[in-house]
Design a protein around this ligand. Structure first.
Ligand code: FEO
Ligand code: CA
Ligand code: CA
Length: 665
């Protein structure tokens, strides 16, 4: 393993995103026109009237003009903002409580031993809450109810930071080379997900300790099945699975989704980092290169042949999928749904379309990657849960092209169409799905600034796209939908499906906000002028639409927090409609080194669950007074326990209003 210049796992993951693997980044003619005609600057220009109509002022710009300071519009968010800053603790708006619900090492299964960070074992970790909680999904109990005081929470565990988890490993570089077989197995048990049953008692959420639904899913030993068009394909067959349909475990489970029938979708994101070795089978070389395999950032392959591509060249093809889990049946086998394509899936948020079919949006989180959506062939059956068992095996995956005139096309990733044929290396639909990125390249999809969460809002029919950042976009790669070179701050797009039809192949897009400091002209941010000094943010990553239809954003600035915003990550409310459209408001802030994940509301809007991921990890060299990389013995914070013998622990936090009212009221 090579020494790395990074001081933490999180910084390495961020740097991975800094290595674009998409070779097809030539601006199109439309992009070039857009570049020359910046959407705002263009109105002063002298090109044709028809184009001018298409490039008229954005809604935000119109809203900003309409927002007369003498007649301030009413905010949909009633809370008082906290101050931007960074310290060792978390903070929430006045009048709210923020309490830890479950932390790394807490019991998930009833028999789990007490957490002992000095003597962690594989057996203990298999029963305990995993590391780096990300997505949080809420399934009301009883199923089909609208209960806001009893549920299953489905929580993803994305990856591990062994330098903060295990004593004696020192900082990141050393930890990597010193990982033992047991440490690797504990890490495998830390990936995946946890299902917990929780109930509100006397106004406080509590774990149901002996829940029959409690479950740990991991990379270590959870059997999974591949289904859909690519299942069983030769390219998914390995020495231990000649059928190409059975996989052990899931990796790097980032964001996700909950289906209308109450199953949990786990997105496999940066799976490439778990593989080492030199490729023995040249047939997969282009595929692996396009996805950055082998990433060589975990030692697992030294002890487990399936993570060494010299021994199992096709094993990486069995990751990078969306995994469907039935939390209501703890014995069920999670299923990797190949119809949804293989890439670095950030999430999988869904909506029932007007015609009853399910539409799932998914971003591919790397610089210059694409937006995807899947439309099921069949309608969702809300009366008979079992009827949806194979719904995600049949349907059409497509990828987005965003034209400079604000129009949007969804290009079908279907074998035999538009050049996706044998002469271009796609012999079957399995090839299209396994090599999704390369198929999308061929179709001319639009390379975006790191697509993370994509969330439909059923209240207004729009779809919100989080684009985290892209420090590698150069001036000659700017386009209308990714309008800033060296974009350290990210932006948010709003998509409008044609005719309110999420299955439509056309639509419109526009920029909702361009993140970063609006007071710094060099940033070229775009906010509603009503946004306060705390209310703007940088690097939107996840988001949630609350039961009132309001949008909430969580951020991940990585190690670049100081330059991007000067404060820690957190949750911001963001107005999407009316004169205050594009106004942000700071609600919650994470401890130093953490990123904010998983915002999730109860159906009544009175509880907000958030996931604090990797406290003490990212960018601690810029943390005033600490100014060094963290380790187990010397972390930048010991949140949330603040005990000298306890390391920092990723945790799910429950936020509620002190008076029991609506969040954000
Ligand atoms: Fe796992 Fe793209 O954040
Ligand atoms: Ca994310
Ligand atoms: Ca992220």
């Amino acid at each position: 393993m090579q020494p790395t210049p990074f001081s933490s796992r999180a910084e390495w993951f961020e740097a991975l995103d800094d290595v674009p693997s998409n070779p097809s980044r030539q601006p199109s003619l439309g992009d070039l026109i857009a570049l020359r005609c910046d959407r705002r600057g263009f109105l002063k220009g002298a090109l044709g009237v028809a184009v001018a109509g298409a490039l008229a002022k954005t809604q935000l710009e119109q809203a900003a003009l309409a927002a007369e300071p003498s007649h301030p519009a009413a905010s949909r968010f009633g809370f008082s903002e906290i101050s931007r800053g960074v310290d060792g603790d978390h903070h929430v708006a006045p009048g709210y409580n923020a309490e830890v619900l479950i932390r790394w090492g807490d019991a998930v299964l009833a028999q789990a031993p007490a957490f002992d960070p000095l003597q962690q074992t594989v057996a203990a970790q298999r029963q305990q809450f995993g590391y780096n909680n990300d997505y949080i999904g809420y399934i009301p109990l009883p199923l089909g109810s609208n209960s806001s005081d009893h549920c299953l929470l489905c929580i993803n565990h994305e990856y591990t930071d062994e330098e903060l988890m295990f004593p004696g490993l020192g900082q990141y570089d050393k930890a990597l080379s010193q990982a033992t077989a047991e440490i690797c197995q504990i890490e495998m048990a830390c990936n995946g997900g946890s299902i917990i049953e929780i109930q509100k008692q006397q106004g406080k959420w509590q774990l149901v300790a002996d829940s029959p639904y409690a479950r740990r899913i991991s990379a270590l030993d959870t059997p999974m099945r591949l289904s859909g068009p690519a299942a069983g394909d030769n390219r998914l067959q390995t020495g231990s699975d000649p059928s190409g349909t059975e996989v052990i475990g899931t990796l790097n489970n980032c964001a996700g989704g909950i289906t209308p029938w109450g199953t949990w979708l786990m997105a496999e994101e940066n799976f490439h980092g778990y593989f080492i070795g030199e490729l023995a089978d040249g047939r997969e070389a282009a595929n692996h290169k396009r996805l950055g395999v082998p990433g060589q950032r975990y030692a697992w392959g030294r002890f487990d042949a399936r993570f060494d591509i010299g021994k199992e060249p096709k094993e990486p093809n069995r990751f990078g999928w969306i995994v469907e889990v039935d939390p209501l049946d703890p014995q069920s086998t999670p299923i990797k749904r190949t119809a949804l394509g293989r890439f670095k899936h950030e999430g999988a948020e869904c909506i029932i379309n007007g015609d009853g079919r399910l539409v799932i949006y998914s971003g591919d989180d790397q610089r210059f990657e694409y937006l995807y959506k899947f439309v099921s062939r069949d309608p969702v059956n809300l009366q008979d849960r079992a009827a949806n068992r194979d719904l995600l095996d049949h349907g059409e995956l497509s990828v987005a092209r965003l034209q400079a005139d604000g129009s949007l096309s969804w290009l079908p990733l279907v074998h035999g169409q538009n050049g996706l044929s044998a002469e271009n290396g796609f012999a079957s639909q399995a090839d299209v799905l396994i090599d999704c990125r390369r198929a999308a390249d061929l179709l001319g999809a639009t390379p975006m600034d790191r697509p993370e969460d994509i969330e439909p809002n059923r209240h207004n029919g729009k779809v919100y796209v989080m684009l985290t950042n892209n420090s590698k976009r150069s001036a000659d790669q700017q386009d209308a939908a990714n309008p800033r070179a060296n974009n350290l701050w990210g932006h948010i797009l709003e998509l409008t499906p044609e005719g309110g039809d999420h299955a439509a192949t056309n639509g419109r897009w526009e920029i909702l906000i361009k993140a970063g400091d609006p007071a710094d002209p060099a940033v070229a941010a775009l906010w509603n002028p009503a946004t306060s000094a705390q209310g703007w943010f940088a690097c939107p990553d996840n988001c949630a639409v609350d039961p009132q239809g309001r949008l909430w954003i969580s951020t991940d600035q990585g190690k670049g927090w100081k330059k991007a915003s000067g404060g820690a990550d957190g949750i911001w409310a963001l107005e999407t409609d009316g004169p205050l459209r594009g106004t942000g408001k700071l609600f919650y802030q994470v401890p130093v080194g953490a990123e904010m994940c998983g915002p999730c509301f109860t159906p009544d809007g009175k509880t907000l669950f958030v996931a604090v991921q990797h406290p003490a990890s990212d960018g601690t060299k810029d943390y005033p007074g600490f100014n060094r990389a963290s380790s187990f013995e010397d972390p930048a914070t010991r949140w949330p326990d603040f005990q000298p013998d306890m390391p920092p622990r990723p945790a799910v936090v429950v936020i509620s209003k002190t008076d029991g009212g609506l969040i954000g009221s």
